[in-house]
Design a protein around this ligand. Structure first.
Ligand SMILES: [Zn+2]
Length: 493
């Protein structure tokens, strides 16, 4: 998809024109940039369709006298309630309307209509993000594709200064959104496709961009004493692996490490899951975010060193499965009693992070994981949970998330949560005694494996495979959660 910023009157041919309007400004809609006949077509459409301009209201009209055969009216709700989130939802609805009406080229009138008092950069970034995300659908296993690919989107701005500002940010915003879509692809494919072999092969594709890819196979994991990831993966026919993608520019002064949970499937182990097992193909969404982010890193070439690390394995059942009450020694020497085999993600991350800290000494480490149902109980479908051992790092994550249009919320990491992860038999137990504060306890468990490294843990269980669908999230698909936040972190700091 080609996305560009334009200014002035509508230029060239376009298959569709979209106008986004606030509900409180419908009496005298701002329709500059369009010719007289098109303005009149829009005015008639507003009256005839009883368009009210409510948030997420979309009306499509076919016209033969206007400058494009398809006219789209999109409501933005009231101006007072404006958020970037609402704008993105609206732009997602516009691109979906265009796609389902077989539109090849789309012009969105943004600036004079609603955004003249908003930052042109943010408007362009939000619209670019939303059209790329809203256009995405998962149809790999369908013989018939729905709708038609929109090949060109023109975003119109009110002045040439604003157009220039928008033009400067669109390419990067598009790279971020495409990385986000890539993570959604990984998370939505089933586990018989996205195996630990597959994740390794996808990582290796980055080698041609100068990213060094190292894979720790079972024999090396054994030699290194990474017994927690080995325990989780031991009943599966898929080999467990730690996959390391190392982007290391010569003059780099700092290293940021991203560590993704890559459970390609999680049936719970012997503590087998009793509900929603079919969604567990998405238990590698942390790894998906890391892979997606590393693609963008290869493209955007930040100044700092960026490590993308994946702990990949399957939690399965068999005579060889690890058991509740087993005790294993982690890479960092801490002994862990297994309280519940379904609390496996923290085991995989614990070994992987302890290894990354030891071997690479990053200045900042961020793990991303579909870790706990408790995080989803706390925040619902609409925000991911952030834990950190540093207030500065926590703020850095939240700022990056905001810039990335992703919703994250800070959570506590009091030492009492750590006390609740102690074992009577070993040093630690991977499950708490009861269910209270499960997301916080899981984070406290992870903290035992990061030493003094500035670190944050993002629990993406709330949004990674959302129960809600909207113009940006098709039903039954992974959400690509946290991918853009990671890229913002890689680019900034
Ligand atoms: Zn599990």
């Amino acid at each position: 998809m080609k996305i560009s910023a334009l200014t002035g009157a509508l230029k060239g041919r376009t298959d569709a024109i979209a106008v986004c309007l606030f509900e409180d400004e419908l009496k005298s809609p701002k329709l500059s940039g369009l010719d007289r006949r098109t303005v009149s077509a829009f005015q008639k459409l507003i009256a005839a369709s009883r368009f009210s301009g409510k948030h997420s209201e979309t009306t499509v009209h076919f016209s033969d006298g206007a400058q494009a055969p398809v006219l789209v009216l999109q409501g933005l709700g009231s101006r007072r309630d404006f958020t970037w989130h609402r704008l993105r939802q609206s732009a997602g609805a516009v691109i979906r309307a265009a796609k389902s009406n077989e539109v090849g080229t789309l012009s969105i009138f943004s600036s004079e209509q609603f955004a003249s008092d908003l930052s042109a950069e943010n408007t362009a970034r939000a619209l670019t993000d939303a059209v790329v995300l809203g256009h995405w659908g998962f149809e790999h296993y369908k013989s018939k594709k729905k709708g038609h690919a929109v090949s060109q989107v023109s975003l119109y701005f009110g002045t040439s200064a604003r157009q220039k500002a928008a033009t400067a940010v669109i390419p990067q915003a598009q790279i971020l959104a495409e990385a986000h879509n890539l993570a959604r692809e990984y998370g939505t494919h089933p586990a018989n496709v996205v195996t630990t072999d597959y994740l390794k092969a996808e990582a290796k594709k980055l080698a041609r961009f100068g990213i060094k890819v190292t894979v720790l196979e079972r024999a090396q994991l054994e030699k290194l004493g990474m017994n927690l990831i080995l325990a989780v993966g031991q009943a599966s026919v898929m080999p467990p692996r730690v996959i390391i993608m190392d982007y290391a520019p010569r003059a780099a002064k700092k290293t940021v490490a991203f560590v993704g949970k890559g459970l390609v499937f999680d049936n719970g182990g012997l503590n087998i899951k009793v509900a929603k097992m079919e969604e567990m193909k998405s238990d590698m969404c942390g790894a998906a975010a890391v892979l997606g982010a590393m693609h963008a890193v290869a493209n955007l070439k930040p100044k700092q060193r960026v490590l993308g690390v994946i702990g990949a394995c399957e939690n399965a059942i068999g005579g060889n499965a690890f058991r509740p009450s087993d005790v294993y020694t982690a890479y960092n020497g801490k002994t862990v009693e297994i309280g519940n085999t379904d609390a496996e993600g923290r085991l995989v991350l614990a070994d992987t992070m302890a290894y990354v800290v030891d071997k690479y000494k990053p200045n900042l480490m961020v793990d991303i994981a579909t870790l706990t149902g408790a995080a989803k109980i706390a925040l619902g479908n609409h925000a991911d949970a952030v834990f950190s051992n540093s207030e500065h790092v926590s703020k850095q994550i939240l700022d990056s998330a905001e810039r990335a249009f992703e919703r994250m919320w800070p959570m506590p990491l009091y030492e009492e949560y750590g006390d609740e992860m102690k074992s009577t038999t070993a040093m630690l137990n991977n499950a708490g005694k009861d269910r209270w504060g499960g997301a916080c306890r899981a984070a406290a468990f992870l903290k035992e494996f990061v030493g003094t490294t500035p670190w944050a843990h993002i629990d993406i269980a709330p949004t990674s495979f959302p129960a809600v669908t909207n113009s940006l999230n098709p039903p039954r698909t992974a959400n690509g959660s946290a991918t853009k936040t990671l890229i913002e972190l890689a680019m900034g700091a």
